[in-house]
Design a protein around this ligand. Structure first.
Ligand code: SIN
Ligand code: CO
Length: 403
């Protein structure tokens, strides 16, 4: 459990019961004395990096109103920007700067598999991306400067101005308005019309959530189930009888297929759980550049490096999850499953309940050979990475580091 969820005086229980997926809430001082771990210049620098997903929204300075340009950008792109009337948005920031997991980690009062990314935006005074609706839950943390947020507190239909690169609502009649200072945070469930206007140069940290599309889960599970069907097995009808209308697909043929389909899609709860978890934790291929390179790691070297004081963390792009059902416990990592046993269970619990891992704790957990091999394998696949001690010095965000 996260010890200090950024909910002010509110408990996690109250937040989940009264607000999560239900209604907006403003939390003043959610991150007391919040200081942005990166400057607007550093955000612009990030937006110039290959593989980083960055967008510039130009309100009037583009070739058309509300033009969107996609990164990576160059220094010249930033030099050519107007004084005002634009926003820079960079998604998946924590994948590119693993240190930012210290912020994302604070939101683990919601399960990891529901957390999508940390997007950071910058806007000069007056800048915004217009009034719009998002289909996902979001926490809008004011990172730097002040921003005025306006919302319509009830979800409603999305009707956007046609022909723009960005989705801007045709009408917007806010009934709630707040000015957010650094450390203040606004939670919005899906469907709430909102509009944030920078009152001075400002940065907003959006912790966004993902909700799997049900068709993706059902489709993904069905794809895996049908892999059990022999691809060489064809329909046979040695008992075919004459039929009056050759244009009919006969009831016997239909019955045969019905039976085959039911057979193919039949799975017990244990298997279904594992397949669902595989789909949910599947690797996002667009994030491959943010994994450390695959590296074979001998158990002995790993133990030595940990004993030398190096610490590991979860690769921010990696999806780790634990599932337990009647057939046992499984560690799911980027769509791959490992059945756990008495040697590996405690390690898997530590890896899934934390993001930053301490060397001495890991050393104790890998005394058993199978656990050591599991840790070395996960490291080798890039699901774990070294904590960069330079980056982490003075980091106020990671609880592990504070201990
Ligand atoms: C922004 O950071 O400019 C926009 C965030 C949002 O509205 O979701
Ligand atoms: Co939004």
């Amino acid at each position: 459990m996260i010890r200090f969820p950024p909910l002010g005086e509110m408990t996690v229980e109250t937040f989940l019961r009264d607000y999560w997926q239900k209604k907006p809430v403003l939390i003043r001082g959610a991150f007391p004395q919040f200081e942005s771990p990166l400057t607007p210049e550093e955000l612009a620098g990030l937006a110039c990096e290959e593989d980083v997903n960055a967008r510039l929204v130009l309100e009037t300075a583009g070739s058309k109103p509300w033009e969107v340009r996609h990164g990576p950008f160059s220094e010249e792109d930033f030099m050519a920007l107007p004084e005002e009337g634009y926003s820079l948005l960079v998604t998946d920031c924590e994948k590119a700067i693993p240190e930012l997991m210290g912020i994302v980690e604070k939101f683990r009062f919601i399960p990891d598999w529901r957390i999508d990314d940390l997007m950071i935006s910058y806007a000069p005074a007056g800048g915004s991306v217009g009034a719009h609706i998002d289909q996902y839950d979001v926490f809008l943390l004011q990172g730097y400067g002040t921003r005025k947020w306006m919302i319509e507190s009830q979800p409603r239909e999305e009707v956007y101005i046609r022909g723009l690169d960005v989705r801007i609502l045709q009408t917007f009649e806010p009934d709630q308005k707040w000015v957010l200072e650094p450390g203040d945070m606004l939670y919005l469930p899906p469907g709430i019309p909102h509009h944030g206007v920078a009152l001075e140069p400002c940065m907003t940290f959006s912790i966004g959530f993902r909700a799997p599309r049900l068709t993706d889960i059902v489709g993904g599970v069905a794809d895996m189930l049908i892999q059990r069907v022999d691809p060489d097995s064809l329909y046979t009808d040695p008992n075919l009888t004459p039929q009056d209308n050759p244009g009919m697909i006969g009831s016997e043929a239909l019955a045969t297929f019905r039976e085959k389909i039911r057979e193919a899609l039949t799975a017990d709860d244990d298997l279904l759980d594992r397949l669902i978890a595989r789909v949910i934790t599947d690797r996002r291929v667009d994030l491959t550049p943010f994994y450390p390179p695959n590296e074979v790691m001998e158990v002995a070297s790993l133990r030595q490096l940990l004993a030398d004081g190096l610490a590991l963390m979860r690769t921010p792009a990696a999806h780790l999850a634990l599932i337990e059902n009647q057939s046992g416990a499984f560690l799911m990592v980027d769509g791959q499953e490992t059945r756990l046993n008495h040697q590996t269970q405690a390690l898997a619990e530590y890896l899934t309940s934390n993001v930053f891992y301490q060397g001495d704790t890991l050393l104790k957990l890998i005394e058993e050979e199978e656990a050591a091999v599991l840790l070395a394998t996960l490291f080798g696949h890039g699901a774990l990475m070294w904590q960069d001690s330079e980056n982490y010095e003075g980091n106020n965000f990671s609880e592990e580091e504070d201990d």
